[in-house]
Design a binder for this molecule. Structure first.
Ligand code: TRP
Length: 332
């Protein structure tokens, strides 16, 4: 009996770790494809989702605490100040669905304001991040039914097994700004489908503002953002047998006024050659790899975008310095 059980357990462990290493191999293959393709085309680019490996995620956590990076603390203050009004306007919410589950501090503020909430469904690509968040939130909110969903929230097509009832979506951190306007519209349309008719959606959106405030938020004095950015090249070295000299590339953030967005690049500081998975890529001095966009919206610009995607603006809140906005929408 005991040996039966231990062999069953051992088998279980083997298949779990086999599944995990298969997933890891698939992730590396996807990263390899994206990097080889992105470095082969002009202008060069690598999709931003690859910034968030374990090191990148830890560095991003640090960014959220940097003095110049106002979005996280401003959004948290807005939730703290207006949570009760948001909850009252959203009505009797049964299920909270979070897209790209952010810091559990922001989520906790919302959960506390939503009396009568039954279930919380965080959707995130990072399984370990979800496991941590689930543990923390279950401990903090006894009785709350936490059902994590592993996956890319832009590609989630159904909330399998999620309870029916009134749903509120939550998309924080101005992550919607990392999508182009077309992608944001598609995301909002899909979210309307997922959450259902009559549901509500709370979205944190960074506002357009003076470049004196905006640019340092994406290039802080301490160099945390630069380290986060350059970690992408270090990740290529670690995972794809690359030989990027990270001292010969610089993190660059600029504002594209016509497109209303911050653009993030890695810029070559010299003419140089880099090898990745046995292939050679030549860089001219000043040549850039694009890694991220962060779109900024006025309150009315975002409301117009939401309306084109089937959402009615209910109310928007901003801080006294007009740095950040929280939008409550209802599906039409
Ligand atoms: N969602 C964050 C934002 O747009 C992401 C971010 C902050 C970011 N700082 C960055 C992405 C620096 C790349 C590089 O504000």
């Amino acid at each position: 009996m005991a040996s039966d059980l231990s062999s069953t357990l051992a088998e279980g462990r083997t298949s779990v770790s086999a599944a995990k290493s298969a997933r890891l191999a698939a992730e590396i293959a996807e990263f390899a494809d994206a990097v080889l393709q992105g470095l082969s085309k002009r202008p060069r680019s690598i999709p931003s989702r690859f910034l968030y490996d374990a090191t990148g995620s830890a560095l991003f956590e640090e960014i959220t605490r940097v003095e110049e990076y106002y979005p996280t603390r401003t959004e948290t203050a807005l939730l703290d100040a207006h949570g009760n009004e948001i909850a009252a306007l959203a009505g009797d919410v049964d299920t909270l669905v979070e897209f790209g589950s952010g810091s559990s501090r922001k989520t906790s503020l919302l959960i506390e304001a939503l009396a009568g909430l039954d279930a919380y469904i965080p959707i995130d690509v990072s399984e370990s991040f979800l496991a941590d968040a689930t543990k923390r939130l279950e401990a903090k909110h006894p009785g709350l039914n936490v059902k994590p969903l592993v996956g890319d929230f832009t590609r989630t097509r159904n909330l399998a097994g999620a309870p029916r009832g009134q749903r509120l979506g939550f998309f924080s951190g101005s992550t919607i700004g990392n999508l182009t306007h077309e992608e944001a519209k598609a995301f909002l349309e899909n979210a309307a489908e997922l959450l259902g008719v009559g549901s509500t959606f709370l979205i944190g959106v960074d506002l357009k503002k003076s470049l004196d405030i905006l640019l340092p938020a994406y290039d802080d004095e301490e160099g945390v953002t630069a380290a986060f950015s350059l970690n992408l090249l270090a990740r290529v070295n670690r995972e794809l047998d690359g030989d990027f000299d990270t001292t010969r590339f610089a993190h660059t953030a600029l504002y594209n006024d016509a497109k209303g967005r911050i653009e993030i690049y890695l810029e070559s500081l010299a003419e140089q050659r880099v090898r990745v998975l046995g292939r050679t890529f030549s860089f001219a001095e000043g040549e850039r790899i694009h890694t991220e966009n962060s779109h900024k919206y006025s309150v009315s610009e975002f409301q117009t975008l939401a309306q084109t995607a089937g959402w009615q603006p209910v109310k928007a809140w901003t801080d006294p310095d007009q740095l950040f906005s929280l939008h409550l929408l209802r599906s039409a």
